[in-house]
Design a protein around this ligand. Structure first.
Ligand code: NAD
Ligand code: AHE
Ligand code: ZN
Length: 371
């Protein structure tokens, strides 16, 4: 079939919205009509050329929601008409990783996914001239229709609006999951969140509404992010550019001795160091969510770890997608969590580059493309 898609032909260049060819689903695969997709900073990271796994041309996008249109041979758990959220972290429920309760990092298709192809090693997308186009993070939600493995789709309830629940495909689950699955934050904890964008706000929402944290400090260089973060439960705002003296000491002071848990949602390795060092001596844990550019490295004095701080990381908030994502959709529909105010802009696919411009300008939290 033909479908409309935003194609990243080259790093650092705007996406081109064109018609492309899409082959139907093969064994174990599912054809999905994407109804909506968010634009995450990770799409920008890969488009910028900073992603060591970035390869072009590719159809980016990994934060979608849609409807099953067709299934390939052997697909058992999904049927035409099912509402689904694509999963860049699949859940096969069979590999060593899925069978280990310590991780959500299903590895069943990780290597082909990282190469931009389906598990059989080929792509379903091509230009009208027949040149292959790569998939991205196993999702490629910047295409109106896409093909995914069955294990990379969460079936969700049919009354949930696509233009909101697409955000559960990455940002909402990553932020809330970092709090409840990875850090396992206890009620009454004092926490610091670096970066109040699409991910950091969901960390704040998880801390405030689910974990019942006490002090929740938000740190961002953009003061325009303060108002929304306060709505989601931030108790103190710090703009590093306005702090006189040492930022770590300032944060330790606000958190009455250091953060029980700190979170980096910027991808900046200097910020990651600050996040670790503002964690409480003896027990503070710092969780890295942000994705850093190829070649970037983190550093600190080992003494910071010797004296009881831990450095950890999280992918997709530690969530097992097919199991956890439908529950998070329920939380949204039941009003336990909020999503709508964070979706600050919606646009048609033809305007997708405006969504990236808004992110660069720090004007959006989430821009969502609706098809
Ligand atoms: P975003 O652009 O919406 O938000 C980033 C925020 O960080 C912005 O508000 C920006 O002003 C702030 N910021 C930038 N530099 C800063 C600094 N030096 N100090 C304080 N604040 C600073 O991005 P997002 O969509 O929220 O993504 C955040 C990060 O999380 C990105 O690196 C993204 O790739 C990563 N991410 C990781 C996962 C995962 O599973 N680990 C999932 C989604 C996104
Ligand atoms: N390809 C990059 C790493 C990118 C990365 O860390 N991705 C996160 C999800 S970001 C979603 O917005 C992730 O899930 N990582 C685990 C994994 O297996 O990719 C690189 O540096 O090579
Ligand atoms: Zn993302």
């Amino acid at each position: 079939m033909r479908t409309r898609a935003a194609v990243a032909f080259q790093a650092g260049k705007p996406l081109e919205v064109i018609d492309v060819n899409l082959e139907g689903p093969k064994a174990g695969e599912v054809l999905v009509e994407v109804k909506a997709t968010g634009i995450c900073h990770t799409d920008e990271f890969t488009l910028s050329g900073a992603d060591p796994e970035g390869a072009f041309p590719a159809i980016l996008g990994h934060e979608g929601a849609g409807v099953v249109v067709d299934v390939g041979p052997g697909v058992k758990t999904l049927k035409k008409g099912d509402h689904v959220i694509p999963l860049y972290t699949p859940e096969c429920r069979e590999c060593d990783y899925c069978l280990n309760p310590k991780t959500n990092l299903c590895q069943a298709i990780r290597s082909t996914q990282g190469q931009g192809v389906m598990p059989d090693g080929t792509s379903r997308f091509s230009t009208l001239d027949g040149d292959s186009i790569l998939h991205y993070m196993g999702c490629s939600t910047f295409s109106n229709y896409t093909v995914l493995p069955e294990i990379a789709l969460a079936k969700v309830r049919e009354d949930a609006p696509f233009d909101k629940i697409c955000y559960i495909g990455c940002g909402v689950t990553t932020g809330i999951g970092a709090v409840i699955n990875t850090a396992k934050v206890e009620a009454g904890s004092n926490c610091v969140v670096f970066g109040l964008g699409g991910i950091g706000l969901n960390v704040i929402q998880g801390l405030s509404r689910i974990a019942q944290a006490d002090i929740i400090v938000g740190v961002d260089v953009n003061p325009a992010k303060k108002e929304m973060a306060e709505k989601f439960g931030m108790t103190h705002f710090v703009n590093p550019n306005e702090v006189e003296g040492d930022l770590v000491a300032h944060l330790v002071d606000i958190t009455k001795g250091g953060a029980d848990y700190s979170f980096d949602a910027t991808g900046n390795t200097n910020v990651m160091r600050t996040a670790l060092e503002c964690a409480h001596k003896g027990w503070g844990e710092s969780i890295i969510i942000g994705v850093a550019a190829a070649g970037a490295e983190i550093s600190t004095r080992p003494f910071q770890l010797v004296t009881g701080r831990s450095w950890r990381g999280t992918a997709f908030g530690g969530a097992r997608g097919r199991t956890d994502v439908p529950k998070i959709v329920d939380w949204y529909m039941d009003g336990k969590i909020e999503i709508d105010p964070m979706i600050t802009h919606t646009m048609p696919l033809d305007d997708i580059n405006k969504g990236f411009d808004l992110m660069h300008a720090g004007e959006s939290i989430r821009a969502v493309v609706t098809y």
